[in-house]
Design a protein around this ligand. Structure first.
Ligand SMILES: *Cc1c(COP(=O)(O)O)cnc(C)c1O
Length: 388
């Protein structure tokens, strides 16, 4: 028998896999399942982006691109980061990868050594701790709750830092909580990071999905010192409804990005060439459709949130970004897994238990789905909650 490497021993299988398999099986047997598990926009990628990739294919852009990305795309990303995020990077400080996820993997492989600690605010995006473990480093979770609007405090950060701490992984707007750090909050965290020389990997993939008129602030823009300790990660999946294109990027100090590109050059060799032409069109073209999608998400959030507010046994913080609601179900006395399982079996509503994100008192509803599904799901949820 082939033995598995030790790096596989600690990889957690997805908590949600069993549930989503069950949801699929129910649907296959003809049952109408309301699916709120999805972590991707339900819209199609805007037409001008699709056209640009098709044109690239027809023009023979089917060869290897430079490992770090097409120079033209790197230039456009640099311009975007300058104009929208007040971050000043040159093209050798930008890596284009197959998805934001792989940009994060490349960067963490480049900066974490065996036994290093990476701080992860919890609830967290499921892949962060696993990627840290793949890099042979140790994920250190920093719990947050509704009491701090699911945000870490500077004191908490200070207390978690040890001589082995190399990085903080920050995700604002957050998946799964929708929390957004303000400029003042980020400034306070940046001060602690700079003082301890701890890097921050700032995952800003949901920056375009903001509600209530809140502003997105890139922590790297808050001064030269923190800029030098920041790697900014982003991608095309969420803003441009382009999850299947596998396109993301990271920007940071030149030596870090060079190491990440070197790793990438020996693994994937970089993102798919003709897909990168689509990304060029995404950044060069009109951003109107991004705003149309954002507005639709906001409309759904408002309806879904208002519906949840009326339900007994459940409390919900109003998310300011991304496309998830993360209500607290502790009052039901059920674990997040039991709650999710019963809701699926008895009322055919599929959600993700908070345990998957390190928060067993919560469950995640994605509103990247139609308004009709939201309305139907709310009705079912109401009947479920009343009978609990
Ligand atoms: C979706 C997502 C990503 C990246 O997704 P890609 O499709 O790999 O670009 C990164 N971080 C978070 C928190 C996400 O939800």
């Amino acid at each position: 028998m082939i033995q598995l490497a030790d790096r596989t021993w600690t990889i957690e299988p997805s908590v949600t896999l069993a549930l989503s398999a069950r949801a699929k099986a129910l649907r296959a047997s003809g049952i109408d399942v309301c699916d709120f598990t999805v972590g991707e926009p339900d819209f199609n990628t805007p037409a001008h982006i699709r056209e640009a990739a098709k044109r690239a294919l027809d023009e023979g852009k089917t060869k290897y691109a430079p490992a770090g990305g097409l120079p033209k795309l790197q230039e456009l990303i640099a311009a975007k980061l300058r104009d929208e995020n007040s971050l000043s990077y040159s093209t050798n400080q930008i890596i284009v990868s197959t998805g934001g996820k792989q940009a994060i993997l490349n960067v963490l492989l480049a900066i974490l050594s065996r036994g290093d600690e990476a701080l992860i605010p919890s609830p967290y995006w499921v892949s962060y701790p696993e990627i840290v473990k793949l890099a042979r480093a140790v994920p250190i979770l920093m719990p947050t709750t509704e009491a701090t609007a699911f945000k870490i405090t500077p004191e908490q950060l200070e207390a978690a830092i040890t001589p082995r701490t190399r990085a903080l992984i920050l995700n604002s707007p957050s998946n799964p909580t929708g929390a957004i750090y303000s400029r003042a909050e980020l400034t306070a965290l940046a001060e602690v990071l700079v003082r301890h020389e701890v890097a921050v990997l700032s995952d800003e993939i949901y920056e375009k999905l903001l509600y209530n008129g809140v502003e997105h602030v890139s922590i790297g823009s808050l001064g030269e010192e923190i800029f030098n300790f920041t790697v900014t990660c982003n991608g095309f999946s969420k803003a441009y409804a382009a999850t299947g294109w596998r396109l993301g990027y990271a920007a940071g100090p030149a030596h870090v990005i060079k190491a990440a590109v070197d790793i990438q050059s020996h693994t994937t060799s970089g993102a798919t060439t003709f897909a990168q032409y689509g990304a060029i069109a995404a950044l060069e073209g009109s951003q109107d459709e991004v705003e149309v999608m954002r507005r639709e998400f906001e409309r759904r959030r408002d309806v879904f949130f208002a519906g949840l507010q009326t339900l007994p046994g459940l409390t919900c913080t109003k998310p300011e970004g991304a496309f998830y609601l993360f209500p607290n179900i502790a009052a039901t006395g059920l674990s997040s897994m039991d709650f999710s399982q019963r809701l699926l079996e008895e009322y055919h509503v599929a959600i993700v238990p908070g345990a998957a994100f390190g928060a067993d008192a919560n469950v995640r509803f994605s509103y990247a789905t139609s308004m009709a599904t939201i309305e139907k799901g709310l009705e079912r949820l109401q009947r479920f909650m009343e009978r609990l």
